[in-house]
Design a protein around this ligand. Structure first.
Ligand code: PMP
Length: 377
């Protein structure tokens, strides 16, 4: 596991030349590639300009510009539309310049935005590994964009050339998720690099679970690739799914496009405050909890593999694992009756008779294993 606070001591282009606090933005060589991928209506879009976009100074004390209610401070005021203070804090932790960060209402917002910015409905298409996180396909369908699936192999890996073969001149995006959901494994880094280097479109690497993996996060290599977008979230390792805060890391050109299309006040004030409080506490509690989950992952996976109902436990680099069992539907329902909910992935491609199990607390994991030990087929 590479915790975010340890990342700052690693050697990579962003920090090797710059101090930890003064991370400057990644201005990539501009060669029109990103612009040529953007939908015409988005290129031409004149974005909504909110009251707080127009006045950004700090000195004013009388705000009569946004039709807010003067009573009920502090939640009577609209939040910072670009979440600048929060981004500066995230920049330090994630070691990505604030200018290269987009914040959204969960990473699900950033997943939807990438379609709205780049994909022309009924003309463009996107390519993704299969199986993977379901929202990529849902967002493709909502945006009326063809979604092309390329099956993972029996080790849940993919070769870059297979993904590239599925592309044509209308392919705008390739979705990769590493560690992948629901399979739990890291996708081979060299293959991801090949895709980023060879595809003349946008490559999304969803790193929602990267804090549970030892693989070097791709966000640290943003400076090398103008066509890379990396997603991350407060919902998993940071333990704050309820505040709905997702991150996208990308070139300043792509971040500007996301900001142009997003809702004006997409991250509410309570979320911004809570995230700042969390980061102000420092990373040690978060890292301790990640380590607890990783220790439990080892214990639970070993115990699960010993269960008579278990046929295979697949390797995991995430806070969950996938396991093939004798009868996923029946075991799922048996657990529901006992008040224990896992994710039944039986109907997912390559995941027949598979359950996806999130690592819980020691007590929760013990309850799961105890229930499964007395299961009668
Ligand atoms: N990406 C992946 C791979 C996920 O599994 C999930 C949620 N399960 C998300 C993104 C969504 O994250 P968020 O809570 O930030 O919307």
């Amino acid at each position: 596991m590479i915790c975010d606070f340890q990342v700052s001591s690693l050697q990579f282009p962003l920090t090797s030349k710059r101090s930890k606090t003064a991370i400057t933005s990644l201005q990539l060589p501009y060669n029109n590639m990103i612009e040529s991928l953007v939908r015409k209506n988005i290129q031409q879009l004149k974005p909504y300009s909110s009251a707080r976009d127009e006045y950004k100074g700090k000195t004013a004390s009388v705000f009569l510009d946004a039709n807010e209610n003067p009573y009920g401070s502090p939640l009577n005021r609209y939040p910072d539309p670009l979440q600048e203070e929060l981004k500066r804090k995230i920049a330090e932790v994630k070691q990505v310049p604030a200018e290269n960060i987009f914040l959204g209402n969960g990473s699900d917002e950033a997943i939807d935005l990438v379609f709205r910015v780049f994909c022309e409905p009924r003309i463009d298409n996107v390519v993704a590994i299969d199986p993977t996180y379901g929202m990529y396909e849902v967002c493709a369908n909502i945006n009326d964009v063809e979604y092309r699936k390329v099956a993972l192999d029996e080790h849940f890996q993919i070769k870059a050339e297979q993904l590239l073969k599925a592309c044509d001149q209308h392919t705008k995006l390739i979705f990769l998720c590493s560690p992948n959901n629901p399979t739990g494994n890291d996708i081979c880094r060299e293959e991801i690099v090949k895709v980023i280097e060879q595809f003349r479109g946008i490559v999304i690497v969803d790193e929602a679970y990267s804090d549970f993996s030892e693989q070097r996060p791709f966000r640290l290599d943003l400076g090398k690739y103008e066509n890379l977008i990396v997603y991350n979230t407060f919902s998993k390792a940071y333990g704050h799914a309820a505040i709905r805060l997702g991150m996208a890391f990308a070139s300043t050109e792509i971040i500007a496009l996301f900001n142009k299309v997003k809702y004006p006040y997409n991250v509410n004030e309570l979320t911004q405050q809570k995230a700042k409080e969390l980061l102000a506490e420092g990373m040690s509690k978060i890292c301790q909890r990640i380590n607890l989950i990783l220790d439990e992952r080892t214990t639970v996976m070993q115990a699960f593999a010993q269960l008579p109902l278990c046929e295979q436990v697949y390797p995991s680099n995430a806070n969950f694992f996938l396991a093939k069992v004798s009868d996923a539907n029946r075991i799922y329902n048996y657990l529901v009756d006992k008040g224990i909910i896992v994710r039944n992935r039986n109907s997912v491609h390559l995941c027949g008779n598979c359950l996806r199990v999130t690592i819980g607390t020691k007590e929760e994991n013990t309850q799961l294993l105890s229930a499964l030990r007395v299961y009668k087929p």
